[in-house]
Unconditional design. Structure first.
Ligand code: HEC
Length: 206
């Protein structure tokens, strides 16, 4: 009687290799992999295991994957939120001691483009200078760049490539409409954000 009972337990244990890795590969590793924005890799068991408890918490309250859109309005083709069944799998994995399982069951990790992830852009705009961050508290800098567009343009997608992802945390992109700003290349100073909104900033993005 004991043997079949044990067998049943083993077959139902939620493991990293078989159950959890496919979820991480689909929802997490575009940020949680070496060289990307998130603090640790979730591509392999050794890197993910120390974070198991924290993963359980972050997922349960939907802090991860980050998604600011209000779930009650609209549907988005790139909505990264976890399905309830995936949240339950992660919860069971953490509760079960976050075991690895059989590494041979690990699926192939997704392939990522090494350059522009959304495809080669039609237009690239460089900030035109190398900015060196001074040690100390968080720093907010403002760079004005020319689009050189001659007419109104529709954007399908935009991507930002910081030179050093370890120190760049956020970027806000605004359209500057005022003539007064048109010739400037860089404005630094705490009052800049207020001036932008006073002068008609049009759109905002993270
Ligand atoms: C869009 C990028 C992105 C995706 C997708 C993403 N993360 Fe994160 N994650 C981050 C960043 C950035 C941080 C660091 C947060 C900070 O420093 O404030 C982080 C931090 C964490 C932390 C540390 C503790 C915490 O809650 O801040 C855990 C755990 C975590 N992520 C788990 C996950 C899991 C599990 C998934 C997939 C289900 C996921 N993340 C998907 C970007 C992402």
């Amino acid at each position: 009687m004991i043997l079949p009972a044990l067998f049943f337990l083993a077959a139902n244990t939620v493991t990293f290799s078989r159950d959890v890795a496919p979820i991480f590969f689909e929802h997490c590793v575009r940020c949680h992999r070496p060289g990307e924005v998130a603090p640790m890799s979730l591509l392999d068991y050794k890197s993910a295991r120390p974070w198991a408890r924290s993963i359980g918490e972050a997922v349960a309250v939907r802090r991860m994957p980050p998604w600011m859109a209000d779930p009650h309005f609209g549907t988005f083709s790139n909505d990264p939120r976890l399905r309830d069944s995936e949240m339950a799998t992660i919860r069971a994995w953490v509760a079960g001691g976050a075991p690895e399982g059989d590494p041979r069951e690990l699926p192939q990790p997704p392939a990522f483009a090494s350059g522009w992830e959304l495809g080669t852009p039609d237009v690239t705009i460089d900030i035109g200078q190398t900015y060196r961050l001074k040690p100390g508290r968080d720093s907010y800098e403002h760079f004005i760049v020319q689009t050189n567009f001659k007419e109104g343009m529709w954007l399908r997608a935009a991507d930002l490539h910081p030179g050093n992802r370890k120190i760049v945390h956020h970027a806000h992109v605004n359209i500057v409409q005022s003539e007064a700003q048109a010739g400037a290349t860089t404005i630094q100073g705490d009052d800049f954000a207020e001036r932008l909104s006073a002068e008609g900033r049009e759109s905002d993005a993270h």
